[in-house]
Design a protein around this ligand. Structure first.
Ligand code: C2O
Ligand code: CU
Length: 465
C-alpha cells in the first residue's frame, strides 16, 4: 500500500508517527493519492521573516513525501490548481512510458483546473523525486518538487531514515522568488539559474537530530535548477551506498566531498557518534568557502551497536552486447564562450543571433530543442552506447529518462563497474561514453538537467520499440 506523509522532516528520528491525508493531499476512494499543485506560502527565510509566495504540491515545500514499496503500484491523482499548465515527471523511475509526465511527448500538459491520474509500478527501491515537466525551469524555481522513496521489501535496518531535499533559490531581498530573471538569457547561456538562498527540506539551516550511536540513511537530493552541490560528507564519516536510487556495488571509498549535480541523489550511510548531544554540520562548498546548510545533533540514549546495513540489489538489466551496440553520437555545443555559430531550431537553420532571439543558446548535434523525430530509434533489448561530447565551456548534467546508464569510457579511458545513474555530470570539454540496454518501450527524453540549458535547446529524445 503506498502511503504519504506530511511529517516535518526536521524531526529526523522516526519517532513522529506517519501522518496520512492532509488538507491538500489525501486518499480518494479509489486508492489514488490526491496531489494538488497550487500557489502557497513557504517559510524559506528564517522564522519571523517574510514568507515566500511559491508554487507547491500539497501546499508544502518540498511537496508531500511519497513512499511506495518496491514492485507495488503508486497511484497519484494530480490536480492542477496553478495558473499555468503542468505535469508530473517521476524522476529516475524506470516507469511505464505513458506515466513519464513529459508534456508534448508522453502526454498533453494538464491545463489549469485539470487533472491527470498517474499509476505505475516502481521496479527499483531507492531515492527518487518528482517535479513538473512543462516549463520546468520556471515551475521548479517556484517550488514545485517533492521526494519519492521506493522502499526495499524488507527494511535494511537503519536506525533512522533522513531524506534531505537540498534546494538553491534565487530570492529578492524581501524573500520573494526573483521573477524578473525567470527565463533570463544570461542564465540560459551561462551556468543556469544559480540561486542565493539554500534550503534543506524547505527550511534554511534546519536542526536535525540523529539517534546516538545508530546508523542513519541520509537521502540527499539536489533539487536545484542548476547548482552543482559539493557536500563535505567526509567530515561526517559518511559512506555512499546508493547513487540515483541504485545501490553501489563493491567497496566504495568514503566520499570526502560528494558532488551532486542537479537532479542527482546519493544515499549515505552515516555512523552516528556514540555520545548524546554531539553536534555536527552538513557543509557545502561555495567556491573555496564552506557554508553550513544544516546542523545535526545526536539525541537520545545510544542505540545498540550493529554492523552497517546493506542494501539489496535492484532488478536492473545486465549490460551485455557492447560489441554490437548501437552507437550514437551526441555533440553538445553553444553557450557563452562557445564556438557554435548556427543551429537548426524548429526546422530552420538560425544564426546565433536568431537563436538567442528565439530563447535558444545550445544544441545537440546542431539541433536546438526537441524535434518531431527522435535522435535515434532502437528495438527493445538493444544495447546503446551514447558518446557525449561536451564541446562547450560549461558543465552539464545529462539526464536519461526511463533508463539508468553506465559510464564505460571517460575522456578516452575505459571505466569499469561505474555506478548506474540516471543523471551524469560532465565537466567542460569532457567526452563521456555511456551504455545501457534499451529495455523500456516508449519515447524517452535525454536532456541537460540544468533546467535553463534544457529550456534553451539541450533536449532531445529516443524511441524504443
Ligand atoms: Cu528530472 Cu526530464 O527530468
Ligand atoms: Cu547543461
Amino acid at each position: 500500500m503506498p502511503y504519504l506523509t506530511r511529517r516535518q522532516f526536521t524531526s529526523g528520528l522516526a519517532a513522529t508517527p506517519l501522518a496520512f491525508a492532509g488538507s491538500a493531499a489525501g486518499f480518494a476512494d479509489d486508492g489514488f493519492i490526491a496531489l494538488k499543485a497550487s500557489p502557497a506560502k513557504a517559510q524559506l527565510l528564517a522564522q519571523g521573516e517574510k514568507a515566500t509566495d511559491v508554487w507547491a504540491y500539497g501546499r508544502t515545500v518540498p511537496g508531500p513525501l511519497l513512499r511506495v514499496r518496491q514492485g507495488e503500484r503508486l497511484k497519484v491523482r494530480f490536480i492542477n490548481a496553478l495558473p499555468m499548465a503542468s505535469t508530473i515527471h517521476w524522476h529516475g523511475i524506470r516507469i511505464d512510458n505513458a506515466m513519464d509526465g513529459v508534456a508534448g511527448l508522453t502526454q498533453d500538459p494538464v491545463p489549469p483546473g485539470g487533472r491527470f491520474d498517474y499509476a505505475f509500478t516502481a521496479p527499483d527501491a531507492g531515492t527518487y523525486w518528482y517535479h513538473p515537466h512543462f516549463r520546468t525551469s520556471e515551475q521548479l524555481a517556484r517550488g514545485l518538487y517533492g521526494l519519492l522513496i521506493v522502499e526495499e521489501p524488507t527494511p535494511p535496518g537503519f536506525d533512522a531514515d533522513l531524506p534531505l531535499a537540498i534546494d538553491d533559490w534565487r530570492l529578492t531581498e524581501d524573500g520573494a522568488i526573483h521573477e524578473a530573471s525567470l527565463g533570463a538569457m544570461m542564465d540560459k547561456s551561462h551556468a543556469g539559474r544559480l540561486g542565493n538562498w539554500v534550503t534543506v527540506n524547505g527550511i534554511s539551516g534546519p536542526a536535525l537530530t540523529l539517534p546516538t550511536n545508530g546508523w542513519v540513511r541520509l537521502r540527499l537530493v539536489n533539487t536545484s535548477n542548476a547548482r552543482v552541490l559539493r557536500l563535505k560528507i567526509g567530515t561526517l564519516g559518511g559512506r555512499v551506498i546508493a547513487l540515483d536510487g541504485q545501490p553501489v556495488t563493491g567497496t566504495q571509498e568514503d566520499a570526502k566531498i560528494l558532488t551532486l549535480a542537479p537532479a542527482q541523489r546519493a544515499d549515505i550511510a552515516l555512523r552516528v557518534p556514540g555520545e548524546p548531544d554531539t553536534k555536527m554540520e552538513l557543509l557545502a562548498m561555495a567556491g573555496d568557502r564552506e557554508i553550513s546548510i544544516a546542523t545535526l545533533a545526536t539525541r537520545g540514549p545510544a542505540v545498540q551497536a550493529h554492523p552497517m546495513p546493506q542494501l539489496p540489489p535492484n532488478p536492473l538489466p545486465v549490460l551485455s552486447g557492447l560489441q554490437d551496440a548501437r552507437q550514437v553520437e551526441l555533440r553538445m555545443a553553444g553557450g557563452a564562450r562557445g564556438t557554435m555559430r548556427e543551429a537548426t531550431h524548429k526546422g530552420q537553420v538560425l544564426t546565433i543571433r536568431e537563436l538567442v532571439r528565439a530563447g535558444q543558446a545550445w544544441s545537440f548535434n546542431g539541433i536546438s530543442g526537441r524535434t518531431e523525430d527522435p535522435l535515434f530509434r532502437v528495438g527493445r533489448g538493444q544495447t546503446v552506447v551514447v558518446n557525449m561530447i561536451n564541446d562547450t565551456a560549461w558543465p552539464h548534467a545529462m539526464h536519461f529518462h526511463g533508463h539508468h546508464v553506465q559510464v564505460i569510457e571517460r575522456n578516452g579511458k575505459k571505466v569499469q563497474n561505474a555506478p548506474w545513474r540516471d543523471t551524469e555530470l560532465m565537466e567542460r570539454g569532457e567526452v563521456v561514453k555511456v551504455a545501457f540496454p534499451a529495455e523500456n518501450v516508449g519515447k524517452w527524453m535525454i536532456h541537460c538537467h540544468m533546467l535553463e540549458h534544457q529550456a534553451a535547446g539541450m533536449a532531445t529524445w529516443f524511441a524504443v520499440a
